[in-house]
Design a binder for this molecule. Structure first.
Ligand code: PGA
Length: 275
């Protein structure tokens, strides 16, 4: 394993750390812009002391604020197999005069394995477009960082009944330029915007229906075998109480968890709910 100090890594190390082609089940914590450094350390300690075992096909991922990446990486990756750290974002250009931004190359040089791309909050508050997200996905894949690509419709679209078309367009415009051998390494997170931070979870049926639909869109473009390899996480008010039922659905491969990931007992239960 790469040590805390050893922040430069190689392709071989990344592969050894378990970026595999089989369909993973993932519990991903998205801390968003919450917690002080000390609160973050304490939360991690509480979660890690539960020592939840991840099977070979299961990953726990902590998407933390940039300044906490190294601390989190050293805490979670030392003794915990299949625990990873994610950035919550990256810039869509390689490098240059973009004051305050963080590049994919920087994340790679810190041995970060996952990056959340296109969260609805970034699309809404930071005007991220599907085209920009395509650039971010490309940069991540070049650096062996697995994008957790977020998609999902706002309430108005759900009410109009056009959520399938809306979400399919997000996939097409940001991902369908990729060849099969690249897209099959991605993780997708379906997060209906009306369910994020609202306490209003999509029903298990709504989640399964959309996940199945997304997999069919991927299958139409790339074939069923490729579509079957791509984990599709559900996000939007996932908590300990609803995770087991959501995760039982055949096309729901885990969750991207905001609010409940800030409470140790909640997130531990969600990790244990993975199939
Ligand atoms: P939530 O957030 O679990 O608080 O709804 C999920 C997300 O935005 O990733």
């Amino acid at each position: 394993m790469v040590s805390h100090e050893g922040i430069v890594t190689s392709k071989t190390n990344l592969i050894n750390k378990g970026i595999k082609t089989m369909r993973k089940q993932i519990a991903a914590a998205n801390w968003k812009m919450n917690l002080t450094y000390q609160e973050g350390e304490k939360l991690l300690d509480e979660i890690l002391s539960a020592a939840v075992h991840m099977a070979d096909h299961q990953h726990t991922v902590f998407a933390v604020p940039y300044p906490y990446l190294l601390m989190t990486r050293s805490e979670v990756e030392e003794d915990n197999t299949n625990y990873y750290v994610a950035a919550q974002n990256c810039h869509h250009k390689k490098s240059g005069a973009y004051t305050g931004e963080v590049s994919v190359g920087m994340l790679h040089s810190m041995n970060i394995k996952y990056c959340v791309i296109g969260h609805s909050e970034r699309r809404e508050y930071f005007a991220e477009t599907n085209a920009m997200l395509a650039e971010k996905v490309d940069l991540c894949l070049e650096s062996y960082i697995t994008p957790i690509f977020c998609c999902g419709e706002p309430l108005s679209v759900r009410e109009a009944g056009t959520q399938n078309e809306f979400v399919a367009a997000q996939l097409k415009e940001s991902l369908f330029h990729l060849p099969a051998e690249k897209i099959e390494t991605l993780v997708i997170a379906y997060e209906p915007i009306w369910a994020i931070g609202t306490g209003k979870t999509a029903s298990t049926e709504q989640a399964q229906e959309m996940h199945q639909y997304l997999r069919s869109v991927l299958a139409d473009q790339y074939g069923q075998e490729v579509a079957n390899k791509i984990p599709i996480l559900y996000g939007g008010s996932v908590k300990a109480a609803n995770a087991p039922e959501l995760f039982r659905s055949p096309d729901v491969d885990g969750g991207l968890v905001g609010g409940a990931s800030l409470v140790a007992s909640e997130f531990i239960a969600i990790m244990k709910a993975l199939k």
